[in-house]
Design a protein. Structure first.
Length: 481
């Protein structure tokens, strides 16, 4: 590929060119004006420039090491046009930084050099100089590189935990000395695991969690802990090679927190002015329960709701409550939340409807039914009792129902008729006789069927006689006529 070396005025017939040593050249000339370029002249014969010592050194000197106690020095080799003469080699010089010692030297033809049995992660001063048969290049610059890394051999010290709240702690530690990192420090890792619950003292199988804190730092925040629990925690340093040893475990306890919501809330029964509620224990108490807060409000209007009323249940063993003084034929929303000394958790909710004024008895609400169901059993009803059955939508907000009917269950005397018959002696005898007669008839039918089957072949011959067999039969018996 032709390259433009220089431009001279139009009346010039010579040019002074800066050429590289130890290179073959051909030349050609073009004329140029405002319109464009002319066709080039024919190429000149080949000319070879004389060799010379290198006039530059390799660039991009770096150190790579994949193993401890090893150092691999690499650089970008000179281009062919930069060699300047035959016998190109590279003189590599190195010595440990900060140590008064002579330079170590080695000349190589390739563009890398591996040193073994070096101290782990120690800084070195490195120089690479180009050399050929005519001499050496200029004095090279010094580059700093490190020998191979290894994992840290020391653990952080002075680990402590500051409790922020029931689910968050702040961890502090003293970083490891620089010479114990044995590599480029990447950061620290904090590991923790739950050992037991402070509520019941039950031991837990260690399930480790960890967070990574990048850089040279001495603290970190650990969120998402379980309240009222005992934990153990360790800290380690890590570099590009891997993790160092862990610190000694530090034991800490999280304080009580607010409970999770109760497992369920159900309406056991309701009357025209009262309702009985039942709820479950919270999924996680997160501390010693002090009781429950029961709240309720009217929600008959979707755009307007009634004030929120509170009832404090101070007995933590209580899991049901009867609310009285409610309005009849009114829909309410009920809330129940568990509490500890730290406060109350999220509530579990349920909705229900009080009975109409003048209704007798206590009403109950069944579980929700699917729209595709065609029937739903109602159990535990009293015999001979009148009931009003209503079918309403789950988000019922007025006094209208999809279906309503009054039914009366059968009395005990009616049911006793059937109970009495089943215990009478004559009735039992009649049933046994009918069973015996049925068995006898089945036996007779079975015997007759088996007896008839013996003559099935003979009957078949009579129904479908063979013409040849019939003629033979006639001949055999003809002489006896």
């Amino acid at each position: 590929r032709w390259q433009e070396l220089t431009r001279v005025p139009g009346n010039a017939t010579t040019a002074l060119l800066a050429l590289a040593p130890y290179v073959n050249y051909q030349f050609r000339v073009l004329a140029v004006n405002a319109v464009g370029r002319s066709r080039p002249s024919k190429p000149s014969p080949r000319y070879s420039t004389p060799p010379a010592a290198p006039d530059k050194n390799p660039e991009n000197i770096r150190v790579e090491a994949s193993e401890p106690n090893e150092m691999v020095m690499k650089w970008e080799p000179l281009k062919p046009v930069e060699k300047n003469g035959p016998g190109l080699e590279y003189k590599v010089s190195w010595r440990q930084r900060g140590v008064e010692t002579d330079w170590n030297e080695e000349t190589v033809k390739k563009h890398s050099l591996t040193l073994r049995n070096t101290p782990t992660f120690v800084p070195y001063e490195i120089k690479v100089q180009a050399v050929n048969s005519l001499g050496s290049g200029p004095e090279p610059n010094v580059t700093i590189g490190y020998s191979g890394e290894d994992v840290p051999d020391a653990a952080p010290s002075g680990v402590s935990v500051d409790i922020v709240n029931s689910t968050l702690v702040k961890v502090f530690w003293f970083g490891i000395p620089r010479d114990r990192v044995r590599g480029h420090l990447k950061g620290y890792k904090v590991s923790w695991w739950k050992t037991k619950s402070m509520l019941d003292g039950k031991r837990h199988h260690p399930e480790k969690h960890f967070l990574t804190f990048v850089g040279d730092r001495n603290y970190g925040m650990i969120p998402g802990l379980e309240p009222f629990s005992e934990f153990r925690l360790t800290v380690l340093a890590y570099n590009s090679k891997g993790d160092g040893p862990e610190s000694s475990p530090v034991v800490f306890e999280t304080p009580e927190g607010v409970p999770e919501q109760p497992r369920f809330l159900r309406i056991l029964n309701f009357d025209k002015d009262s309702v009985t509620l039942s709820w479950g224990l919270p999924k996680k108490a997160n501390g010693h329960l002090t009781g429950y807060i029961l709240q309720y409000q009217i929600i008959n209007e979707t755009h307007e709701i009634g004030p929120l009323n509170d009832v404090s249940v101070t007995n933590r063993s209580t899991l049901s409550w009867r609310l009285s003084g409610l309005s009849s034929t009114t829909k309410y929303k009920f809330y129940v939340k568990a509490c500890t000394v730290k406060g109350c958790g999220k509530p579990v909710t349920e909705e229900g409807l009080t009975m109409a004024q003048g209704s007798k008895g206590i009403g109950k609400i069944s579980e929700a039914v699917k729209p595709t169901q065609k029937f739903h059993p109602i159990e535990a009803l009293e015999p001979g009792t009148e009931y009003t059955v209503r079918l309403v939508t789950k988000n019922w907000v007025d006094n209208n129902s999809i279906f309503e009917d009054v039914i009366e269950t059968r009395g005990r005397a009616y049911a006793g008729i059937y109970d009495g018959i089943s215990t009478q002696g004559w009735f039992i005898g009649l049933m046994c006789a009918i069973a015996l007669l049925t068995l006898l008839l089945l036996t007779i039918c079975f015997v007759r069927r088996n007896k008839g089957g013996k003559y099935s072949v003979k009957e078949k011959e009579d129904l479908h006689p063979d013409p040849e067999a019939q003629s033979i039969k006639d001949e055999i018996f003809g002489e006896y006529r």
